[in-house]
Design a protein around this ligand. Structure first.
Ligand code: PMP
Length: 304
């Protein structure tokens, strides 16, 4: 990743990709406190556009606020920087990674005295769980690792330290031959995937776990909007792992994972074992939206 052409926005200016580096004594590298976003731009029918840019930037600022990280730039600057990164790298469809971290000015748990840095990179990234996953669905393992309790790393923040927990779960799932992990919370109720929110379909109703120990996904709220368009009811409640086993359909949502059907969980087939009809309808509507084919949602597309 580090050795490629292009530009990264780093502390207010574009720098050549290979020069966007930091010292090994970077505070965030040692203590795990950085906040970040995952954003996508699509080559849409109205031109290349970043999907729900303002919402991602707002979440980034909320993450920083939760962790009391003073943001050195305002929202408009961060929004424009993201557009600039897509433009200057001449990308049509890509993934963007804004990252806020503490620099190498000091060591010790307290970040006081370390400088806050902001970097924004963008690169082409296809289907996160593979092209085939989008049509065929994936196999998921309920993780032996619990999602952090709500009072541990703060689930409303997209903070790097949460992803150590995600890596444990994802690595276990892959090593056991699955495609992705589903984490339960510390009480045993369904939380989320290692980098995705979960939806189920049961008797024609869309169900999702209460967003306690999970990130408030932007793709999740996009699905809420589409469900309303289709007159689909969304029920948010505590879900158990066996609620997932007996669902008619299941899918993950995320900026990277987009809308990925789940065909199996813990060796139990979900519904027909294929992408279900409601999943397919929502997935198609999602791709229509992000690709600019639904004028109702053009306001969620920020042209670069
Ligand atoms: N949960 C976790 C842990 C994630 O990393 C992500 C991806 N950002 C999501 C849920 C989905 O969030 P979004 O739809 O905003 O990408």
């Amino acid at each position: 990743m580090a050795d490629r052409d292009g530009f990264i926005w780093y502390d207010g200016k574009l720098v050549p990709w290979r020069d966007a580096t930091t010292h090994v004594l970077t505070h965030s590298l040692h203590y795990g406190l950085s906040v970040f976003e995952g954003v996508r731009a699509y080559r849409s029918e109205i031109g290349t556009a970043i999907f729900r840019l303002e919402d991602h930037t707002n979440r980034l600022f909320n993450s920083a606020h939760i962790y009391q990280i003073p943001m050195p730039f305002d929202r408009d600057t961060i929004n424009e920087a993201q557009r600039m990164v897509v433009r200057e790298n001449q990308l049509e469809s890509c993934y963007l990674r804004p990252l806020v971290f503490y620099g190498p000015e000091k060591m010790g748990v307290s970040p006081k005295g370390a400088k806050v840095h902001v970097a924004i990179a963008a690169w082409p990234w296809g289907a996160y769980l593979g092209e085939e996953a989008l049509s065929q669905g994936i196999r998921v393992k309920v993780s032996s690792f619990a999602r952090q309790h709500v009072n541990v790393t703060m689930p409303r923040a997209k903070v790097a330290t949460t992803y150590a927990n995600s890596i444990l779960a994802n690595t276990e799932a892959l090593q056991d031959g699955y495609d992705e992990a589903l984490l339960l919370d510390t009480e045993g109720f369904v939380a989320e995937g290692s980098g995705e929110n979960l939806f189920l379909v049961k008797d024609g109703v869309l169900c999702e776990p209460e967003i306690a120990s999970a990130l408030t996904g932007i793709t999740r709220s996009t699905i809420h909007a589409l469900a309303a368009d289709f007159g689909l009811r969304v029920v948010t409640k505590r879900l158990t792992r066996d609620d997932v086993y007996i669902a008619d359909e299941a899918f993950f949502t995320g900026t990277a994972a987009e809308v990925t059907p789940i065909r199996e969980v813990d060796n139990r087939q979900i519904g027909s074992g294929r992408r279900g009809p409601i999943t397919e309808k929502l997935q198609k509507a999602f791709f229509d939206m992000v690709n600019g084919r639904n004028p109702k949602y053009h306001h969620w597309l920020s042209k670069v």
